[in-house]
Design a protein around this ligand. Structure first.
Ligand code: AMP
Ligand code: TRP
Length: 333
């Protein structure tokens, strides 16, 4: 940390589409942080390789995600925005850290167990070592703070353990990062199965809303969002997961607190409420969609921004690697 300025790092995998869950749980917070901090945000395409990718679609999605970052308001003048695979130090540090991570601590990760269950035909080694790559991402940049959704907390704990383990063995090298889990909307749930997380890769298109979705589609999805049948609008995630999720979404996009929203919709039917949530989300996302189309139409500019971001990230990462290599006893290159 330099003075009061913190170094902040986060990333998102280019799989599926950036959902309103990602936006509320991650990107929106990043935008708020970039004004007063030194931020790096990446598109974690190496992480996305743990599931099979079609090369052309994968390349295109990575570019599309980069354009969505910019359209949301992440600013390359304020933050370092880059694609993970354009900075080779990530996989370099991952190898070193993976020799210090125990299989026992990796195979008890909830996400590993979950993903193994879902991809029985492709339980590759990358699925197991995924959190080590994530630790490398963060530690390379000596980040103080890592804004993530609740589901990533366990990976952050492992990152901290690895940093401490390395520092104890080789002397002070890495900053031990703190997670930053936003208090509201840390877990936006599926519109169809409101007890499950809204997931980028959910095959049910009705369950998720992308940040670049057309207005009509957004309204339709909120109209048929699953709720309950007691017809009272209250925030109670246990008893009323569907309505509570809609309240969180409404609050995130309108800026109104959940309490104020509960009062506003008191006595109104679910139909009216769902329509209002849909319209609020559609209004908020319309300018993002418009900017996205503009960025995407200018591929040269996107390529230039990606290259520029990667060069800035590389400069920091290379310095950390020099230190790491010297400490562990690699000969000088
Ligand atoms: P992923 O979709 O797994 O690549 O996640 C990218 C970022 O978005 C991470 O910080 C996640 O914790 C966050 N995130 C993903 N899904 C949700 C969700 N449904 N609600 C809140 N945050 C989420
Ligand atoms: N694993 C994260 C996710 O699925 C994405 C990610 C990769 C990440 N590297 C990171 C998040 C570094 C924060 C910091 O959501």
């Amino acid at each position: 940390m330099k003075g009061n300025t913190m170094r902040i790092y986060s990333a998102i995998q280019p799989t599926g589409c950036i959902t309103i869950g990602n936006y509320i749980g991650a990107v929106k917070n990043w935008i708020a942080l970039q004004n007063d901090n030194e931020c790096l945000f990446s598109i974690a395409n190496e992480h996305a390789l743990t599931v099979r990718q079609d090369p052309e679609a994968f390349r295109e999605r990575t570019t599309s995600f980069f354009a969505q970052f910019l359209a949301c308001g992440l600013d390359p003048e304020k933050s370092v925005l880059y694609v993970q695979s354009n900075v080779p130090e990530h996989s370099e540090l991952q190898w070193i850290l993976s020799c210090m991570a125990y299989v026992g601590e990796l195979d008890r990760m909830t996400q590993f167990k979950d993903k193994s269950r879902k991809n029985e035909d492709n339980i590759n080694a990358g699925l197991l070592t995924y959190p080590v790559l994530m630790a490398a991402d963060i530690l390379l940049y000596r980040a103080d703070l890592v804004p993530v959704g609740k589901d990533q907390k366990q990976h952050l704990e492992l990152t901290r353990d690895l940093a401490i383990r390395f520092n104890n063995r080789f002397g002070d090298t890495f900053v031990v990062p703190e997670p930053y889990i936003p208090p509201q909307g840390a877990k936006i749930t599926s519109l169809q199965k409101p007890t499950d997380k809204m997931s980028k890769s959910d095959p049910d298109g009705k369950a998720t809303v992308s940040i670049i979705e057309p207005r009509d589609a957004i309204l339709k999805k909120f109209k048929c969002a699953v709720t309950d049948c007691d017809n009272s609008i209250r925030f109670d995630p246990e008893a009323k997961p569907g309505i509570s999720n809609l309240l969180s979404i409404y609050s995130a996009f309108s800026g109104e607190t959940v309490e104020a929203a509960v009062q506003r919709f008191d006595g109104k039917g679910y139909g009216t409420f769902k329509m209002a949530v849909g319209e609020t989300v559609a209004d908020a996302l319309a300018p993002i969609r418009e900017r996205y189309e503009q960025y995407l139409a200018n591929k040269d500019e996107l390529a230039r921004l990606m290259k520029d971001g990667a060069a800035k990230a590389h400069a920091i990462a290379a310095e950390t690697m020099k230190d790491v290599k010297a400490k562990i006893g690699f000969v000088a290159d």
